[in-house]
Every structure is written in C-alpha cells, then in structure tokens.
Design a protein around this ligand. Sequence first.
Ligand SMILES: [Zn+2]
Length: 115
Amino acid sequence: MPIYEFLCSSCGQKISIYQQGFTAVSHSCPHCGSDKLERIFSPFAIGSKTDKQVYEEIRSDRQFERALKSNDPKAIAQWVERTSRGGEIPEECKETVGKLAKGEWPTKDGKPPGK
Ligand SMILES: [Zn+2]
C-alpha cells in the first residue's frame, strides 16, 4: 500500500497518509484542518514489513525529520535506501529516489517541499 508524505503549508506539520489503490482522496491536516497539503514523497519500498510497522518507523524516524528539515535531498535518498534495506525500491519510486540521490527534489518545480 502506498504511503504518501505531505507537508501542511499552513502549519508546517509533516503528515503520513496511506492511500488504498489509486482513488483520489482529499486529505486535510489533522493538526490545523487546512487542506493545503503538499505531497512531498512518492510511495516507496515497504518490503516484507506490515503497513503498521512502516508507519511507526516513519513516524518515529528522527533521521527522516532531520533530512527533511535540512532540505537535503541526498539525505532523504539515503534514508529511503536505509529504510528499504533487504527490499527492492519499487520501480515507480526509483526515479524519485534517483533524483533525490542526485540532489534534486522530485517536486513539480524542483524546489524543496514546503517552500
Ligand atoms: Zn496543518
């Protein structure tokens, strides 16, 4: 199941959302209720873990938070690779991770998320 990371552009909180299938779902920020959520991440490797394990890992991962706050795409790419250890990065995520690893943001305008 894909996991999407969003940044709330109103309060700056990072939100992880599971999405079932490919139906468009409207999301709102659980912190401030704003619907100005900016998608910052593509779905990535889940491997053999359960969704809940992955979710907990993301939520508790300080390194990921630091990577996001440092605005360093390479740090995020390293985090993804570390997180997907033992598992392949899904085909649809390789481009995203590849961009990050080259120091580019996979966002539409190529700017850091939330800026
Ligand atoms: Zn918010």
